[in-house]
Design a protein around this ligand. Sequence first.
Ligand code: ZN
Length: 492
Amino acid sequence: MVPVSTRSRRRKRILATAVSALACAALIGGCSRPISGTPTTLGGYSTTEVAGLPATNGPSGPKEDAPSSSLPVEGTDNGAMDKLARDAVADIDEFWTKTFPKAFPGKRFEPVKRLVSYDSGGPGLQLCGQNTAGVVNAFYCPPEDSIAWDRGTLLPELNNSFGPMAVVTVLAHEIGHAVQHRASTATSNDQVIVLEQQADCFTGAYFRHVAEGSSKYFQVSTGQGLNEVMGVLNFIRDAPGDADFRDGNAHGSAFDRVTAFQFGFSEGPQRCAKMDFNDVQRRTTLFQAWKPIQKENANLPVDQQSLDAVEKSLRTVFRDTGAEPPKIVAGLKPCGSQEATSPASYCPSTNTISLDMAALQKIGQPPSKNADSTGYGDFAAYAQVASRYALSVQKATGLPLDDEAAGLRTACMVGSWSGLLVEDPFGQRNPVGSLRIAPDDIDEGVSALLGEDSLIAANVNGDQVPVGFARVEAFRVGVQEGFAPCSTKYGA
Ligand SMILES: [Zn+2]
């Protein structure tokens, strides 16, 4: 996050202020009027469901009574990783054989011709025009119609860090590339980001089949199970500075990748087929021109000065709701007989947000692979504050603050705030106020939402919405669609 305060940016800031009224009209659907106090639920939204499936926390991984696939794999050592990969390919093939003719009428799915296992630490094989020595990866090769995977490092690392469904996720993604070639939803001439978004989306479509209990080989719970799958997409995201769509190599930020997965899971392969350059350009974070921000050290410290900038930004973004801005004070305070929630607490009776600055500072540390690091980054820290601010907006409109839907509305409103801090925002909106964020800030939000210790999707008592998929979805809806759906889609 960065405050936009330098001289060179002043002109832009004034411009942004001048157009913010327009943005408000389009977004909030009625400037200077409070949001509707009688929210309705659209599309039968339920907090006990995940895209229409029951929220579950059962086991995830190979089924106990799963068959053993005998698909031929070149170069296999017949070890546990190759068995898992082979079974995954067999299962994903079965899914597409059944689903493909329905999704793409008049077409049939032929399984990938060649499967190859290699060890990136061993002697290299010549595959798809490259030598596999040291290639810690899995890939689909269109000219050879082959899928290859590194059983030596990549698969065991994924399996150890995220469990067996991580390996299935990566193979579903690679077969997703085979699907797009067979369905002609994209060609090798398309931007890499389009190909990657489609492959993540097809992965989501396959995982819905597993979550519905229709897979012979695997099971996945819609709670913790899908959290882990989305955690894998987060783990393999493009980190800031890693990739740039202008170089044609972007795979997507965590936000982009999880979005594509959720589209496939919720709406099926037809949604994936609609992902073209325009669709991807309109909604992915990596298409936004945030490079100037990325070049700076864009991690704001968690201190009073930055907190003031965040408070000002929240006041500006939520001004048009008509809600009285809450007071923000340092030092957690109980609320009557109610204990404070850490690291930020909202007290409705006094309309006050109290903060544990030390706890926020821990969350605000830049993320690191170090196991005892508790940091998610500055945005994740300030999003906790924004979440309590969102409760004050809900209170002002008479919405309940203590049900599960309050957690979803909160995540959505934090998302809507974030979407207005983007220099080149989604859906041609204009940025509001003088605070800006970058794609990695949004990814910090996704990481925190997939964790178990965040208030971003929590109600006034600090109870987080149990299902990660729903938490991330609500945040994404706010980022992409703005404030209006937060009280309609996630109505009480
Ligand atoms: Zn890919």
